[in-house]
Design a protein around this ligand. Structure first.
Ligand code: HEM
Length: 423
């Protein structure tokens, strides 16, 4: 989402699922490579995907969402949107809050099973874009509500997860989503390439008051997007009409380079493209906020993994909160895909799933012909940190009771209607 505000542009670069595979940006190329085609055969292969995932316990929450029908929205109009990472709001006093953003479609949420999606694709590609053009053309303008969850800006030692961990959602009973805005899509681009292909989003495209947090995935993303766009679109991608601010003049000494479009005469003296100067160049703007911002932080900087990994709990809760048809499709998809993997990967995935939720592990295991006894001997992965609860579950793998999800509402927990497609 690109907001052309009177203070410059603000991008909210999100996803249709509320969590992500990994929590450390350094692993991003690996997760993408595992999901992309094999570099030799150029075939996308479940055996490569689950090879990586089986060694990455933090991805369990994402997998439970992704391979359920929530991973295949019926179309854009019925799709939720999530900022996923934790951002930061700053007020004029320099006080900060941690926030997460969610978009809810007023049209309701609709998703497809793998079979529905295969039937749609048999008929042509790009069905979701077509649906959007046609709906807007008919004057049926889709709407989304923007909600935020807020937390005080500190470590929250009382929580069993890290607030800056993008593999986690914030329980809604503790952090109730508050509506802050509404988006109505009432027009489609006049030129797809100029306005869609060349639009460039980035998590560092921010206005004062809407900041990113110390979430290290988000910090990695913030470097990565503009780096890519200078290569993908060109060094002056920010000068393209779709990317430049619309409601404010850009005054900067960053200029020139290939495809320069703007004749930069922003200052009184066009020869001065540095600051400070006494001969009429641009002057630095008023400093927008307090020098001191947010809480005082003292600590040791490290490269260590976060302590509260807790990789299975929310994945298990989410599994139990899925609707029956979603759960059935999830189990079917896991079984179909993981059956194409090497035996060692299959066993490790069943081991993870039994720790996520007994029923999930047993059902996928049954489909693969792998019983809890077959995997009970597996040691935790090297460097893997288990919670007390995980260790208890491991001790009685295959016999654990369901987790307690009474009264729990997680992100995503709105009804999902199946969009049935037959051929
Ligand atoms: C460390 C993790 C991540 C890195 C390094 C990363 C990096 C990138 C890069 C380089 C692009 C291509 C940008 C372009 O060519 O314009 C991209 C696209 C995108 N990413 Fe990420 N990403 C990460 C995680 C995420 C997450 C967690 C989300 C969702 C919240 C996300 C959402 C998107 C979206 C929606 C696009 C398409 C943007 C467009 O159409 O221009 N990414 N990402």
């Amino acid at each position: 989402m690109k907001f052309y505000t009177e203070d410059g542009n603000w991008d909210l670069v999100g996803n249709n699922l509320g969590v992500f595979f990994i929590r450390d940006a350094i692993k991003f190329p690996d997760v993408i490579h595992a999901l992309k085609p094999d570099p030799v055969t150029f075939e996308q292969q479940p055996r490569r995907i689950f090879d990586f995932m089986s060694q990455t316990p933090e991805c369990m929450h994402m997998l439970v969402n992704l391979f359920s029908p929530r991973g295949i929205p019926a179309d854009y109009r019925h799709m939720q949107g999530f900022g996923v990472n934790t951002y930061k709001w700053v007020n004029t006093e320099g006080e900060t809050k941690l926030v997460k953003y969610h978009w809810m479609p007023k049209q309701g949420v609709r998703s497809m099973t793998e079979e529905d999606a295969a039937n749609v694709q048999a008929d042509g590609l790009g069905h979701a874009t077509k649906d959007l053009y046609e709906a807007v053309g008919r004057g049926e303008y889709p709407e989304w509500e923007l909600l935020v969850q807020m937390m005080d800006d500190h470590d929250h030692p009382e929580l069993d997860f890290d607030p800056l961990d993008d593999t986690k959602t914030w329980p809604e009973r503790d952090f109730p989503p508050k509506p802050v805005g509404r988006m109505v899509l009432d027009r489609m681009p006049a030129d797809f390439f100029a306005e869609n292909e060349q639009i460039s989003f980035g998590t560092g495209v921010l206005v004062d008051g809407l900041d990113f947090s110390d979430d290290k995935m988000l910090v990695g993303r913030t470097f990565s997007y503009s780096d890519t766009q200078r290569h993908r679109v060109g060094p002056n991608y920010l000068q393209l009409p779709v990317n430049r601010p619309r409601h404010v003049d850009v005054r900067t000494n960053q200029r020139d380079g290939q495809m320069t479009y703007v004749v930069d005469a922003a200052g009184e003296n066009p020869s001065v493209n540095y600051e400070p100067s006494i001969t009429g160049g641009l002057r630095e703007g008023a400093y927008p906020t307090h020098d001191e911002q947010g809480p005082e932080i003292r600590g040791r900087l490290t490269r260590a993994r976060i302590e509260r990994a807790n990789d299975y709990q929310q994945a298990g809760q989410r599994y139990l909160l899925l609707q029956d048809w979603e759960r059935d499709d999830l189990v079917k998809n896991f079984t179909d895909l993981i059956s194409q993997c090497d035996r060692a990967v299959q066993e490790r995935m069943v081991w993870h799933f039994l720790l996520v939720e007994n029923d999930l592990g047993r059902r996928v295991g049954e489909g693969l012909g792998i019983m809890p006894e077959d995997v009970a001997h597996l040691e935790p992965l090297p460097g893997q940190s288990l919670t007390e609860e995980d260790r208890k579950r491991l001790a009685s793998l295959g016999d654990n009771p369901p987790r307690d999800v009474e009264g729990l509402t997680m992100t995503h927990c709105v009804p999902d209607t199946r969009h049935v497609v037959t051929r």
